[in-house]
Design a protein around this ligand. Structure first.
Ligand code: DC
Length: 226
């Protein structure tokens, strides 16, 4: 039996891949995997249990036994952790920082592999992350790597946060983003880099709709019309 097709979308923070992946999945009527949410869930659960974030065996166990569910309400994805809606808690700064630490642990990454692959169901899957094309779905028929200049990504984040009424500082956002880029691409396990054969989309000068259109045309060409 042939498996359902997968489009992988990887890229650095602020590249817009979350938005593109969600909208592409909606347009295709396919499943959607937000792999970052899994690392955030492990981090959130570890924080609520008061676990030491350097205790690798405990974090691995947590990743293996995580009781979570994703529901799409037509607009947003609601994330449930043991029947509690944790969608907002997942986005907290504290959770992001802990997720970044948890994601650098090889045992945790390994423990999440099967869970991520289980999302590959008919009619297809759009998988969003950092290592979707390199590690989790290396045989995907279409791999995208979304990027944009650090300045453009920092400006997008700035507008987003400002729109939410948060006080933000653009130079600091840019510095933090460059530091995260450096950490993500130089870490020992699953560093961020384009997969072999990945199509690179640089969205610095593009709108969300233009990127979505380009991604959709690539799906048509590489998967739907094949
Ligand atoms: O995309 P995000 O910000 O929700 O990801 C949360 C953290 O998990 C971030 O530190 C990057 C990491 N991550 C990863 O290492 N591999 C993935 N496939 C997805 C996210």
């Amino acid at each position: 039996m042939s498996l359902a097709p997968v489009v992988t979308i990887d890229g650095p923070v602020g590249s817009g891949k979350g938005t593109i992946a969600t909208r592409l999945a909606q347009r295709l009527g396919w499943h959607f995997l937000d792999s970052g949410a899994l690392y955030r869930l492990v981090a959130l659960r570890a924080l609520s249990l008061g676990l030491d974030l350097s205790h690798e065996p405990a974090l691995r166990e947590l990743a293996l036994t995580l009781d979570c569910r994703f529901d799409f309400n037509g607009e947003d994805t609601i994330v449930w952790l043991e029947n509690e809606d944790v969608s907002r808690a997942l986005r907290r700064e504290e959770t992001s920082a802990a997720a970044s630490r948890v994601a650098s642990i090889a045992a945790v990454r390994e423990a999440l592999v099967a869970r991520q692959r289980a999302f590959q169901q008919p009619p297809g899957l759009v998988a969003d992350g950092r290592d979707m094309g390199t590690v989790i779905f290396p045989a995907a028929p279409l791999k995208l790597f979304l990027t944009a200049s650090a300045q453009a990504r920092a400006e997008r984040r700035y507008k987003q946060l400002k729109g939410k009424g948060e006080s933000v500082n653009l130079p600091r956002l840019l510095r933090d983003l460059q530091a995260r880029d450096e950490r993500d691409s130089s870490r020992a396990v699953a560093p961020l880099r384009p997969a072999t054969g990945a199509k690179i989309i640089d969205s610095t000068e593009m709108t969300v709709d233009q990127v979505l259109e380009e991604a959709y045309l690539l799906v048509e060409k590489n998967i739907l019309n094949n």
